[in-house]
Write a protein that binds this ligand. Structure first.
Ligand code: ADP
Ligand code: MG
Length: 364
């Protein structure tokens, strides 16, 4: 129900001259009615970004606009309660001595919503987060998942245009976390509220988001759809953070007809499309384990020769650790009809169309 436009946003805790940048020059366009996730390792600036959006932290540079209205800049900020945003945290932040109803109705009372209407809105919101019938319970009579739903309901009941969520599922066990993922996604779709979601869990980000902003060291690394950041990572940091990846050293060379070919382990293969690198350049080929195919017999000239050094049964898949002639190690996940054994010599095809190349030892 509201879009957010962030430009040139920076934050230095301890002042601009401290050199301690928590966030550097962030540009981000969050469209109305989207589920956007800030993803990155601990300390990369996710919470800082969320608190800047919420108005609890003042920027040292840059602006934040909501629907083209400036709400934060170095010249001044709109107070948090005037931004039309709700916020949900990791620790549920519900009042332990108040019932579910009292917790949820709080924001409506503050806004002097008439009692009848307030009751109706609370009922509707509790139904939305699957808590209907639990109005009279106290938080300690609820599970962790239910307490987090109370926190959600409390933010949603006042109908914010934007909901900010900071690792809201981190305190829940794995099974419940997966179920709540689905519920959050459905909630976002049903309400049309713009969700800005923070997590360090790449699987969660992939499952939930319309767009993912991958952050590292206070800087935005890539902003794109789950498919883009997973399959077309902008750099090695993103490739590495989005899932298991092998980096194989190789070299780009001009092939017959001028099209670049990639040489890995002495074997020529098709270069990934769109690699904007010059022939002769040393590169790392980023290969996801699911894009490696293993055969017992040699099937084509672009296969690498490898030896199986480890085999892990994953249930739906098997993982093989493969040692190439050069000594480089390649992790592959596949589902062969007839399993390979440790010590087997095998032939390995890499689906170059699904891989990316990055310059080796890039000038940082
Ligand atoms: P994330 O949420 O991604 O884990 P944060 O935004 O909390 O990261 O932190 C980013 C950086 O800013 C970290 O280096 C952290 O130590 C620092 N930081 C966060 N909050 C404060 C604060 N209130 N005072 C000083 N440094 C802070
Ligand atoms: Mg954080």
């Amino acid at each position: 129900m509201a879009g957010i436009r962030i430009s040139g946003l920076s934050k230095f805790y301890g002042g601009k001259d401290s050199g301690m940048a928590a966030l550097t020059d962030l540009d981000l366009d969050i469209k109305d009615n989207q589920f956007v996730t800030l993803l990155g390792p601990s300390g990369c600036g996710k919470t800082t970004t969320l608190r800047l959006i919420a108005g609890y932290v003042m920027p040292d540079a840059g602006t934040i606009r909501v629907d083209d209205r400036v709400i934060s800049s170095v010249d001044g900020v709109a107070p948090p309660d005037r931004r039309g945003m709700g916020m949900v945290f990791q620790n549920y932040a519900v009042w332990p001595h108040k019932t579910v109803f009292e917790n949820v109705v709080f924001g409506l009372k503050l806004r002097k919503v008439p009692a009848d209407e307030a009751r109706r809105k609370v009922e509707e919101t509790l139904a939305l987060v699957n808590l209907a019938g639990l109005e009279a319970r106290l938080p300690n009579e609820l599970s962790g998942g239910q307490q987090q739903r109370v926190a959600l309901a409390r933010s949603l009941v006042v109908e914010p245009g934007i909901l900010l969520l900071d690792e809201p599922l981190s305190n829940l066990d794995a099974k419940l976390r997966e179920r709540m993922r689905v519920e959050l996604k459905q909630l976002q779709r049903r309400t049309g509220i713009t969700f800005v979601y923070v997590t360090h869990d790449q699987a969660e980000a992939l499952a939930l988001s319309d767009q993912i902003a991958v952050m590292h060291g206070g800087k935005l690394q890539q902003y794109g759809s789950p498919d883009e950041v997973y399959r077309r990572p902008a750099n090695k940091i993103v490739a590495d953070f989005m899932g298991i990846v092998n980096f194989l050293p190789g070299e780009l060379r001009a092939g017959t007809g001028g099209a670049p070919v990639l040489v890995v382990d002495g074997v020529e293969m098709a270069a990934p499309v769109g690699s904007k690198l010059h022939a002769g350049q040393a590169v790392d080929l980023a290969v996801r384990p699911e894009n490696v195919r293993i055969s017992r017999l040699r099937e084509s000239p672009d296969q690498l020769v490898a030896r199986v050094t480890e085999h892990t049964y994953l249930g739906n898949l098997s993982e093989y650790w493969l040692e190439l002639a050069s000594g480089a190690v390649l992790r592959a996940q596949t589902h062969p009809l007839e399993p390979f054994q440790v010590g087997d010599e095998v032939h390995v095809s890499i689906d170059a169309g699904e891989c990316s190349v990055f310059p080796q030892a890039a000038a940082a």
